[in-house]
Design a protein around this ligand. Sequence first.
Ligand code: NDP
Length: 444
Amino acid sequence: MSYVDEVLERVKAKNASEPEFLQAVEEVLDSLRPVIDANEEVYRREAILERLTEPDRQFKFRVPWVDDKGQVQVNTGYRIQFNNSIGPYKGGLRLHPSVNTGIIKFLGFEQIFKNSLTGLPIGGGKGGADFDPKGKSDREVMAFCQSFMAELCKYIGADVDVPAGDIGTGAREIGYMFGQYKKIKSVYEGVLTGKGLTYGGSLARTEATGYGLLYITQELMKCHGESMEGKTVVVSGAGNVAIYATQKAQQMGAKVVTCSDSTGWIYDPEGIDVELLKEVKEVKRARLTEYAAARKSAEYHEGRGVWSVKCDIALPCATQNELLIDDAKALVANGCKAVCEGANMPTTIDATKYLQENGVWFIGGKAANAGGVATSALEMTQNSERLSWTFEEVDSKLQQIMVSIYHNIDDAAKRYGQEGNYVMGANIAGFEKVATAMIAQGVV
Ligand code: NDP
């Protein structure tokens, strides 16, 4: 049995109750086969794959807080520190009722490769809680964040582990967490990224994941002799990534005709009105029905359905496993040319294979949404220098990073005779740097 298959079997036996983690490991290890097979003896002796799939450590803790009625509520908090061979652990905090050990573990695992791909010195981590900020008052959110940080602060630090935002964790939540960290530790340091601009945040961090997604998509199109101008784009989600992806796509001359949330989706043939979407989602924190009510050209549909809309480019920007095999078939049938993932693991493995086999250019989230964490690392640099760069400075660095990620993954795929397989290219390029660092640092 090959080394990859041996490790896959062991990981499956050991983590049977964590399907998302197994999905992520299978996807990565499968695509690393050519690299591992070419140097199997060394990787096996070093137990590189066993070490890569076993986190350095995981924390799971109680988060008690009091709601507005005086009732004590209890949530479960998580932080996983997966691998710090190329820099301090770095990865977001997800606040969503679906959060559990397996979700945090898959996200932390993916983060190792994504962070490596940025070319910046950051290791892989992730965290969060099964808390739902939706429908909570500001005071309740603050109470939760303070309690969460009272425990999390024991494990993080500017040179140790630097969490950031993710689903459900935006500027408000990061602000409350940063305040609590500072109060408990009495130190003013860049321990979180995604901070407000008046206390160490970076310009362009809010836009970074969505903008970065479009910079890499644009480079992909350019390298295939196409441009973004005049393209019809379908986006899922209506959160941070979706909003800024939509904005940048429109600035590039494309028309984005959909967005979605966990209850329904919008089809707007005249193009999504980003300012209205921001008002509904960022300011009012309301449902998409409000968008449809305020815009004549928009249709609101219950449930899911954005992938059935005819498009040139599809950008899944909501959550994991939201683009399934039937969606992939609909996209192919409608002539979609490119799918680039703004979310983490939004496309299932069979859907990904179907898209690739049918000639759709597919860039997975590890590469395509790396602009967020890359800009977080730029925020860390500014905090260390105690300086703030201009929007243009950060944005132009982000653009360079995304273009260089595209070429790195493209080159890695070509080196192994897999031209156009950007999923494989991303996993290989991310893995090589981490594995080299792990071997150089000995058995730790
Ligand atoms: P937000 O919380 O801002 O938005 C998430 C969006 O997805 C919302 O529209 C939400 O709908 C929808 N959504 C969430 N969960 C589900 C679900 N189970 N079913 C259907 N829809 C759902 O998160 P972000 O935009 O920050 O993150 C989106 C994705 O991008 C995630 O996969 C995240 O890990 C990834 N990502 C984010 C980065 C960032 O910088 N923010 C960086 C890299 C990756 P509703 O409003 O109804 O909840």
